[in-house]
Design a protein around this ligand. Structure first.
Ligand SMILES: Nc1ncnc2c1ncn2[C@@H]1O[C@H](COP(=O)(O)OP(=O)(O)OP(=O)(O)O)[C@@H](O)[C@H]1O
Length: 692
């Protein structure tokens, strides 16, 4: 929230007649920087205190200077709906009243402000602009209305509304139609102000006077009302009773003045310290000026200085107060009121509009627009926070000596739209209670519906926004992942051509593997087939079958047909898998085939004489028969020994035991040749010694 420090302007009045001025107070101006007031220490004139301020007016300055430089810019602020407070501070007879009120020849801030306010009003094209004035004094810590008969004027209470705004109850507020009208009112009211003669000032103010010009701007189209105010405060001067020579009455006044000014100093000090409690309530003056000191108004403090040597210490006190005050920050707000039909308070959904910050016009006025810190603002306490836009209208109740403006005069001052508002209110008066209730209910319903719709729209917007953000996030993440992948690929990419030999080799290996696999499959199928066949044969038949294959294989190998021989040897292996010699033969032929070498089979062993063999076999067989079923394996072994002849390739012959018994037939065709082997009718062990 934008904060504005109170602006300080220091004005040194000219030397008065019979006044001793040593010329010790000096004001220097620098073109680019701030002006500076130099004041010698009354106790040690060799010591000089310097006070830099942005606005310093020396003895030659005139009323117009201070108005044009420091006050006129604030008129725009008032018309933007902000409260402005200008107060003149200084020791008695330092020129506060002269500065604020002035004379007919040299009008001060107050008449110039009123004139400027009317000029501004005429320049505006708003539907309704109304000016009003109120004027009060704080005399011995009591508030009196200066627009009513002073003799019978009651003490007015200072109150605070729910929004924390301090106001003087029952204070008269008179509408102003023209500058002339104001002059009349003001001159009458000023006569009522408590003024008394002291040794230092023939017309010394014995009270603090607060004149307020309020401007109310109603925009009938927008149904809004802006209220700007300017408080023009002429403080009573601090007094040194030794110098003022006050009588008991003046002493009492002086005590009250000094006390209230002391509280003012305490408030400023507390604000500077960031105290949790600001002693606004310790005097009526500070309560009424609460809004100007750390509140929501824009402030200008005019420090009036007297050049006389007898005021030197008071001058220093005034300047020290100014230094402390210039650090006080206010938070101006726009006092705006919504004139649309208001909803009932119990509708929780309906919130009062937040206070608006002062407009850009505040930025343009030459006040200390410093960058206030949140910490400072927080420390300032809740009572100095922004105020709601509702501004209580100070009550106009009171019987003023000044007669109120005539109805005709008021009508003249109001534009036609104002009349339209009146007509509207009159129309409402003619409605029955039921009709009014219905209208209010409809308005409330419409308002609630509108706000609900607003909320829904807002939620929908937020949802869409969220979705959009989520989508964007996902896309971003996906893009990042893709990017990472791309980078990884780029990092691991091989130069072109590196893989070609590997792939070629791989293809060759693949071909070899395929061929080997086909071979193995074929072998497996064949072996499987052979094994199935072998399973049904008796061991003796297996041996015989094996021998038959061996014989065929041998025949082929002798012919040089190694592949066929190898195939036949393998088949023979199926029937006699444990035969090592057969295994060796297979390996030898495989090696020969693979390496393109010739295979020279080992010479066939000479067979024993046939008769002897048969004789042995017949002997063994007869012995087995004699032993019958009790014959052991040895007998069975004898029975089959030497009983299987090598089968000639392409022949079909009956395989018999040594005793001439038929052993059964197995017939298999091989490349057009057929071998027939017969199974034994009875299972018996038969050992066959095979030669290859
Ligand atoms: N700038 C000025 N030029 C000429 N005369 C001035 C100026 N300022 C003040 N004076 C005169 O000085 C005298 C005291 O001024 P004024 O009454 O304004 O003082 P004050 O601060 O209001 O005093 P008090 O606090 O007692 O009311 C008056 O006679 C006034 O005309």
């Amino acid at each position: 929230m934008a904060a504005h420090k109170i602006k300080i302007a220091a004005r040194l009045r000219p030397r008065l007649e019979n006044e001793l001025d040593d010329g010790g107070i000096q004001i220097t101006h620098t073109p680019s920087g701030p002006s500076c007031i130099s004041v010698p220490n009354p106790r040690d004139i060799s010591q000089v205190f310097n006070f830099p301020f942005t606005s310093c007016y020396d003895q030659s300055s005139v009323q117009e200077d201070i108005f044009e430089q420091d006050v006129r810019p604030l008129i725009d602020v008032v018309y933007s709906g902000v409260t402005v407070t200008i107060f003149a501070y200084g020791v008695t007879s330092s020129g506060k009243t002269h500065t604020m009120q002035g004379t007919k020849a040299q009008p001060g801030v107050i008449p110039r402000v009123v004139k400027a306010m009317f000029l501004q009003k005429d320049a505006l094209e708003r539907s309704s602009v109304e000016l009003a004035v109120s004027y009060m004094e704080i005399y011995k810590d009591e508030v009196y209305d200066l627009l009513v008969n002073r003799e019978t004027a009651p003490k007015l209470p200072v109150r605070e509304n729910d929004a924390g705004q301090v106001f003087v109850a029952n204070l008269t507020s008179l509408p102003l139609a023209s500058v002339e009208e104001f002059d009349t009112i003001y001159s009458h009211a000023s006569r009522h102000r408590s003024v008394g003669a002291t040794n230092l000032n023939n017309a010394s103010s014995r009270s603090h006077a607060v004149l307020t010009i309020e401007v109310t701007m109603t925009d009938s189209a927008a149904q809004k009302t802006l209220t700007g105010k300017i408080n023009l405060v002429d403080l009573a001067g601090s007094e040194n009773n030794k110098l003022t020579g006050n009588d008991p009455t003046r002493m009492a006044e002086s005590a009250a003045i000094n006390k209230s000014l002391s509280v003012l100093g305490q408030v400023v000090h507390a604000l500077n310290q960031g105290a949790s409690r600001i002693p606004y309530r310790n005097s009526k003056l500070t309560r009424i000026l609460q809004d100007a000191l750390g509140g929501s108004s824009v402030g200008l403090l005019i420090c009036n200085l007297a050049p006389g040597t007898k005021f030197r210490q008071d001058t220093l006190n005034t300047l020290n107060f100014a230094v402390r005050t210039k650090n006080v920050e206010n938070r101006p707000v726009i006092n705006e009121r919504d004139n649309r039909p208001q909803t009932k308070a119990h509708f929780a959904a309906i919130q009062p509009p937040p206070p608006k910050l002062a407009p850009a016009v505040l930025q343009s006025i030459p006040i200390h627009a410093t960058s206030s810190t949140a910490a400072t603002n927080a420390a300032a306490g809740p009572s100095r926070g922004p105020r709601p836009s509702r501004v209580p209208r100070i009550s106009g109740v009171g019987t003023g000596l000044i007669p109120p403006l005539t109805a005709a005069a008021r009508t003249r001052s109001r534009p036609s739209s104002s009349a339209a508002i009146l007509e509207k209110s009159e129309t409402l008066v003619q409605l029955t209670d039921k009709e009014i209730d219905e209208r209010i209910a409809r308005a409330v319903e419409a308002e609630v519906a509108r706000r609900l719709k607003e909320r829904e729209d807002k939620e929908e917007q937020m949802r869409l926004q969220q979705e959009k953000e989520n989508l964007a996030l996902k896309e971003k993440q996906a893009a990042e992942v893709e990017n990472e992948k791309r980078q990884l690929r780029a990092e691991h990419r091989l130069p072109p051509g590196v893989l070609t030999p590997l792939l070629t080799r791989h293809r060759d290996l693949d071909d070899q593997l395929q061929a080997r696999l086909a071979e193995l499959e074929e072998k497996y199928e064949r072996s499987n087939k052979e094994l199935q066949l072998a399973d049904v044969l008796s061991p003796a038949s297996k041996k015989k079958t094996g021998r038959a294959y061996v014989a065929l294989a041998r025949a082929h190998s002798e012919k040089g047909d190694l592949q066929v021989a190898l195939d036949l040897y393998r088949r023979a292996e199926t029937y006699v898998p444990d035969n090592i010699k057969l295994r060796e033969r297979v390996l030898e032929i495989e090696w020969a085939l693979k390496n393109g070498k010739d295979f020279v089979p080992s010479p066939k062993k000479q067979r024993k004489p046939r008769g002897q063999k048969r004789k042995v076999a017949a002997l063994a067989l007869s012995r087995a028969r004699e032993e019958g079923p009790s014959m052991g394996s040895a007998g069975q072994g004898l029975m089959g020994q030497g009983s299987v002849d090598e089968v000639e390739h392409g022949s079909e012959e009956e395989v018999t035991s040594g005793s001439g018994l038929a052993l059964g037939h197995i017939k298999e065709e091989y490349e057009g040749d057929a071998i027939v082997l017969e199974t034994l009718p009875k299972r018996s062990r038969c050992e066959v010694k095979m030669e290859y």
